[in-house]
Write a protein that binds this ligand. Structure first.
Ligand code: F6P
Length: 359
């Protein structure tokens, strides 16, 4: 093992730089060279590499974002290109293999979520030595207890809820916080419990608007003239659909979600007659410095990925199982999304806390 390449793919999240730093430091320790690939798989296709030494990663542990850049489009197997003035979709996965081979790269460390790790798996099927590192604020990757970036996103959402609480109470309003979470409601669930929400709506449980309205009404009857609702962007009403803002071509998942908070706000105002305000937390959840938990987890993932490469174990993802970092087959990680199960201990606790889950 002489040379590793590393890329960050998909939506960014707090802790990416901490992983890159850990990879470079651990590789240095084992006398392995590291090449960074710019902007995820786009750079792998286009051959945009940069050497990464200790000085390049100095000071980046607390920094949000990724020094390498990232993208949640540009799939090498379905790569959009302008040919003769027309946009065409072509398979450029062979270019990735060639670019890595030409630079003497022995293995690729792919830091990514569902989309990027699916690509990594397909490249592994073509013979590339790949190790995955689980990233996403959504925490929806199978085969690991936690992805890095999730905890910091929860902290950010909880801070927003604390702030909404004081203004909700002063104005006697219903405050809705729309958080990220396309198919999995982990952020909404954890932030909602941490932030003392009265209602938590997640994609896994289609909500009955009457139940939500009743919960707010009951609070009002008990003298609580304000309510706090957390809704995941992928939540949907019973018998209804997710609210899609628009379609984005070339993205791993073309659905750009957003707007469920506004819909819920309108419906509730109509039904309860209480003044309602909506806050969409959006990309604030993805930005900023990783918290201590994510810095530790990211550092451990980076070191573990280099160790896996040294052991010659490829086609795997490093994963958190309890307190241990283990290696799991990549296929297990991307097989299906890790949704909130209906018997999840925190979900059950939320119900016992009297939080309305909308069903
Ligand atoms: O996958 C992470 C995620 O944060 C989703 O929760 C969200 O829907 C999506 O990224 C937004 O991505 P974009 O950067 O394209 O707006």
């Amino acid at each position: 093992m002489r040379k590793l390449a590393v890329l960050t793919g998909g939506g960014d999240c707090p802790g990416l730089n901490a992983v890159i730093r850990a990879v470079v430091k651990a590789a240095y320790h084992h006398k392995i060279e590291v090449l960074g690939i710019r902007d995820g798989f786009r750079g792998a296709v286009e051959g945009e590499f940069m050497p990464l030494g200790l000085s390049d990663v100095s000071g980046i542990l607390p920094r949000g974002g990724t020094i390498l850049g990232t993208t949640n489009r540009d799939n090498p197997f379905a790569y959009e290109m302008k040919l003769n003035g027309l946009t065409q979709v072509v398979d450029r996965s062979d270019d990735v293999l060639r670019n890595l081979r030409e630079r003497g790269v022995d293995a690729l460390l792919a830091i990514g979520g569902d989309g990027s790790l699916n690509i990594a798996l397909k490249l592994a099927d073509k013979g590339l030595k790949v190790i995955g590192i689980p990233k996403t604020i959504d925490n929806d990757l199978m085969a690991t207890d936690q992805t890095f970036g999730f905890q910091t996103a929860v902290d950010t959402a909880q801070d927003a809820l604390d702030r909404l609480h004081t203004t909700a109470e002063s104005h006697h309003r219903v405050m809705i916080l729309e958080v990220m979470g396309r198919y999995a409601g982990w952020i909404a669930l954890y932030a909602g419990v941490a932030g003392g929400a009265d209602v938590i709506l997640i994609p896994e449980i289609p909500y009955n608007i009457d139940r939500v309205a009743l919960a707010i009404q009951q609070r009002a009857n008990q003298g609580k003239k304000f309510s706090i609702i957390v809704v995941a962007e992928g939540a949907k009403p019973l018998g209804g659909e997710m609210v899609v803002e628009r379609l984005v071509s070339g993205r791993f998942d073309p659905l750009k979600l957003g707007g469920i908070g506004a819909k819920l706000g309108n419906d509730l105002e109509e039904q309860c007659g209480m003044e309602t305000r909506v806050t969409v937390l959006g990309h604030l959840q993805r930005g900023g410095s990783p918290d201590a938990y994510d810095r530790v987890l990211s550092s451990r993932y980076g070191v573990a990925a280099v160790e896996a490469a040294l052991d010659g174990e490829f086609g795997v993802m490093v994963a958190l199982h309890g307190r241990d970092i283990v290696r799991v087959p990549l296929i297990q990680a991307v097989d299906r999304l890790k949704l909130v199960p209906l018997n999840d201990p925190l979900l059950l606790a939320a119900r016992e806390l009297g939080i309305e889950m909308g069903d």
